[in-house]
Design a protein around this ligand. Sequence first.
Ligand code: NPW
Ligand code: ADP
Ligand code: K
Length: 463
Amino acid sequence: MTPLSGKPVVTAAKMRAAEEAAIADGTSVDILMARAGTEVAQTIRRLASGSEVLILCGPGNNGGDGYVAAAALRAWSLPVRVAALAPPATDAARNACAGWSGPVETLAETKSAPILVDALFGTGLSRALDPAIVAALRRLNARARLSIAVDLPSGVDTDRGVALGDIPAADVTLALGAPKPAHLLYPAAGLCGAIRVLDIGVPASSDVMVLAAPDLPMPGPDSHKYSRGMVAVVGGDMPGAAELSAIAALRAGAGYVLLLAEHGALQPHAIVRKAFTPDALTDKRIGALIIGPGLGRGDEARARLDQALASAVPLVIDGDALHLLDTARLDVVRNRAVPVIMTPHAGEFDALFGKGEESKIDRARAAALRSGATIIFKGADTVIASPQGAVRVAQSANAWLSTAGTGDVLAGAVGAFLSGNANIAFDAACAGVWAHARAARRLRGAFIADDLADALTAVRSRL
Ligand SMILES: NC(=O)C1=CN([C@@H]2O[C@H](COP(=O)(O)OP(=O)(O)OC[C@H]3O[C@@H](n4cnc5c(N)ncnc54)[C@H](OP(=O)(O)O)[C@@H]3O)[C@@H](O)[C@H]2O)[C@@H](O)CC1
Ligand SMILES: Nc1ncnc2c1ncn2[C@@H]1O[C@H](COP(=O)(O)OP(=O)(O)O)[C@@H](O)[C@H]1O
Ligand SMILES: [K+]
């Protein structure tokens, strides 16, 4: 069992291809299933602590894993029953079923047990679950003390991260070989409970990975405020939002933060304040310019956005500035010689790039390709996509982030990392999302955006 951080995120097709490659290399599907089922059984044994286990087996190889696990638990003299939805339909599942020497009950009639193991469907789910299956799952799930899903909770679409039916949530999901999009993307991720990846000896790779801790540079004897990165924040109608971005940029490690605003608070004194003028954007020391938090949507806001787009400074475009990006301005973004990072939440994303049925990963990747910008598609399952096709998916940090101003803090953190090294905008975006999430996790319970910005200091200093 290993944590998700840094793992490749593998679609159903990629997982099948990895499985086929392993088979072509001489490892039979029966051996793969034996490994998967045995790993599953070992985890169940630890979690069940002697309580009776009921394993629900489907017709495919997910069900096959279930039969192997049942046989292993029985061989260890642990109490285990099996209920099947239908007879096994693949050779490997038939062989696995033959290895189970106990009775096979029916899903409709089986009695509940304290430990429920769902091995009905995994990556092979092809359509919505029959309501009778959902009803049986819900009944058994409600009476179980602990429910464990093998690979995926049955009924979730592996790649899109949606549920095909009103299925119950598992307490633990054992991802076989690699996490799949559904383990990270909501709403499916919310049905997985705690996720553990089990190694089944099938190497999988992907340009989509779970966001991992970045390697953050620390200041040394040669550092000075400008070498640490200078961030400018363009102010506008709502001073508080730009202030939050400016504070977050400082606390995330920028050496110098310039707030280009006509009015606002006086503290912290470490922020340098000046009225906005187009000339201010020509300062060559500015490593990143944040525009959008509290900008407003009037003529002055539009003019400031156009001046920012025309400047030679790397940009973080957030909030109101995203609303002002029409097709012509998106063309300007695409043709810019210096990087742009955009940070839309779902509403802003739909307005900019259109709604879609594809997965959040695919939508973010397509938006990055189309705009030439690094996209941070926010939410509990934030997805970061580069125009070159690299994608990182962040695990949910803390639902208390759903409060006004936390997006302004994210823009500030991203700006700080971009100002330090604008060559790799994607890395800056990843570092910003990671630091923001880590700060939110440190705060644990409820907090406000100001607390979140302050918490970045400890995250940045690796406390
Ligand atoms: N990848 C690896 O390396 C390894 C993978 N392994 C395991 O294999 C799993 C994938 O197995 P899989 O491909 O056989 O698919 P699975 O999820 O069992 O379901 C397919 C069956 O369900 C049926 N069916 C589908 N939807 C349905 C519905 N709504 N309602 C009713 N029926 C429905 C479908 O029938 P059909 O669509 O053809 O009608 C077919 O019979 C994977 O998750 C992992 O656990 C390990 O064993 C070894 C290493
Ligand atoms: N339920 C949630 N769980 C985890 N993170 C969330 C949740 N809701 C929002 N967030 C995060 O909080 C931030 C909110 O940003 P945004 O919607 O732009 O808010 P604002 O514009 O008020 O600052 C984003 O980083 C988003 O990923
Ligand atoms: K399952």
